[in-house]
Design a protein around this ligand. Structure first.
Ligand SMILES: Cc1cc2nc3c(=O)[nH]c(=O)nc-3n(C[C@H](O)[C@H](O)[C@H](O)COP(=O)(O)O)c2cc1C
Length: 320
C-alpha cells in the first residue's frame, strides 16, 4: 500500500476518499445490466458494457472491465477505523460502520454524539452509520466468579514481556532492560516522527505520550503497581464481566445510552469463546427485545440492519 513511502499526512484521506469512490464505481459497474447465467455452461451472458469503467483522478488513473457482478448486498459493507478529524469526516461521508476504540460509557457517548452529528451535512441519517467498538467479555455463574476468572485471564494475557512491549508503544524506546515486576521507567517517552512500532495501529492510540506516561506513573504509584500490574489493570478495551444477566443488562444499557449501536465481540479464547455468549447472553438480549430472534436476511448488510445502497435513492433508480 505504501508504494515506496508514506503519503504526507494531509494527503492520506484525500487518497482514501478517491479510493472509496473508485471502489464504488467498480462495485456499481454492473448495475442496471441484465445478467443471465447460461444454463448449459454456467457462463454469464451480459451486455457488452457491463463492468466497463474509466476513472481518472489525482490518485488513480484506471480503466477496464470489472469482472465481478454486483453482490446481493449491492456493495460490500464499508467499515472505517481511524480517529482523526479527517478520519471521522471520512466515516460520516461514506462508511456503513465504524470500528471505534471508545468502548467505555462516557467516552463512547461523546464519540457517538460527535460522529452521528456529522452525518446530516452529507444527507445521511443517524441509522446509516453504525458505531461498533470492540469489547471482550468474561462470563461466570455469578458476578464474583466472573470477576475472579477475568483477573486470571488478564494475568495470563499479559506476561512480563507483553507488558514491556505495551509500554514501548508509549515510550517509543527499547525497554527490554526494565523489570516488568518493578516500577515504571522514570525516563520520559521519546517524541519523534520515527516510531518503534513502525506504523502499527497502536502508534496513534497515544496522542500525547509524555502526558500518558506521567498519568500511568501516578496511577502505578498510587496503587503500588508494577509495570505488569499497570498493563493488567489498565486495559484499554471494554470488558463486560459478570453473570450472563449482568452482561446482557450492561450491554443493553450502553446501547440505550447512545454509547454504541452494538459491539464487536472479541472472545479471549478462540474460536470456542463465543459459544457461552451465544448460549447464555444472546437469549437474554432476545428476551429484552434488543437482539433479533432469527436472521432477517442472508447478507452481512442485512444482519447489521443496514439498507441496500439502492434503497437510499429509489427515485434515482427508477429513473435509470
Ligand atoms: C479502533 C481502531 C482499529 C484499528 N485497526 C487497524 C487495523 O486492524 N489495521 C491497521 O492497519 N490499522 C488499524 N487502525 C489504524 C487506522 O486505520 C488508521 O491508520 C489510523 O487510525 C490513522 O488514522 P487517523 O489519523 O484518522 O486516526 C485502527 C484504528 C482504530 C482507531
Amino acid at each position: 500500500f505504501r508504494r515506496g513511502g508514506f503519503l504526507p499526512q494531509d494527503e492520506r484521506y484525500s487518497r482514501a476518499k478517491e479510493f472509496l469512490a473508485t471502489a464504488h464505481e467498480l462495485f456499481d459497474s454492473w448495475s442496471g445490466e441484465e445478467i443471465l447465467a447460461d444454463r448449459a455452461t454456467g457462463a454469464f451472458l451480459r451486455d457488452a458494457r457491463a463492468g466497463a469503467f474509466v476513472h481518472q483522478g489525482k490518485h488513480f488513473d484506471i480503466h477496464g472491465r470489472f469482472n465481478v457482478p454486483r453482490s446481493p448486498q449491492g456493495r460490500p459493507v464499508i467499515f472505517q477505523a481511524g480517529d482523526s478529524e479527517e478520519g471521522r469526516e471520512f466515516a460520516a461521508a461514506g462508511a456503513d460502520a465504524i470500528f471505534s476504540r471508545y468502548s467505555h460509557l462516557e467516552e463512547g457517548r461523546a464519540f457517538y454524539a460527535d460522529v452521528k452529528g456529522r452525518l446530516a451535512k452529507y444527507g445521511r441519517r443517524p441509522d446509516q452509520l453504525l458505531i461498533l467498538p470492540a469489547a471482550t467479555f468474561v462470563l461466570g455463574d455469578t458476578d464474583a466468579e466472573a470477576a475472579e476468572l477475568a483477573r486470571e485471564v488478564r494475568r495470563q494475557q499479559v506476561s512480563g514481556a507483553t507488558a514491556l512491549k505495551h509500554l514501548e508503544f508509549v515510550w517509543n524506546r527499547d525497554l527490554s532492560g526494565y523489570d516488568p515486576e518493578g516500577p515504571l521507567p522514570d525516563i520520559d517517552p521519546l517524541v519523534s516522527e520515527e516510531h518503534i512500532s513502525r506504523g502499527r495501529a497502536q502508534v496513534r492510540m497515544y496522542r500525547d505520550p509524555v502526558a500518558i506516561a506521567r498519568e500511568w506513573r501516578e496511577l502505578a504509584e498510587a496503587n503500588k503497581w508494577s509495570i505488569r500490574d499497570l498493563v493488567i489493570n489498565n486495559g484499554n478495551r471494554q470488558t463486560f464481566v459478570g453473570a450472563p444477566a449482568t452482561v446482557a443488562r450492561t450491554i443493553n444499557e450502553f446501547v440505550q445510552a447512545d454509547a454504541s449501536d452494538g459491539f464487536i465481540l472479541v472472545p479471549h479464547i478462540t474460536p470456542g469463546g463465543l459459544d457461552p455468549f451465544a448460549d447464555k447472553v444472546v437469549p437474554l438480549l432476545q428476551e429484552q427485545g434488543v437482539f433479533r430472534a432469527d436472521y432477517e436476511g442472508t447478507t452481512l448488510r442485512e444482519h447489521l440492519g443496514l439498507a441496500h445502497p439502492d434503497a437510499a435513492a429509489p427515485a434515482e433508480r427508477a429513473a435509470s
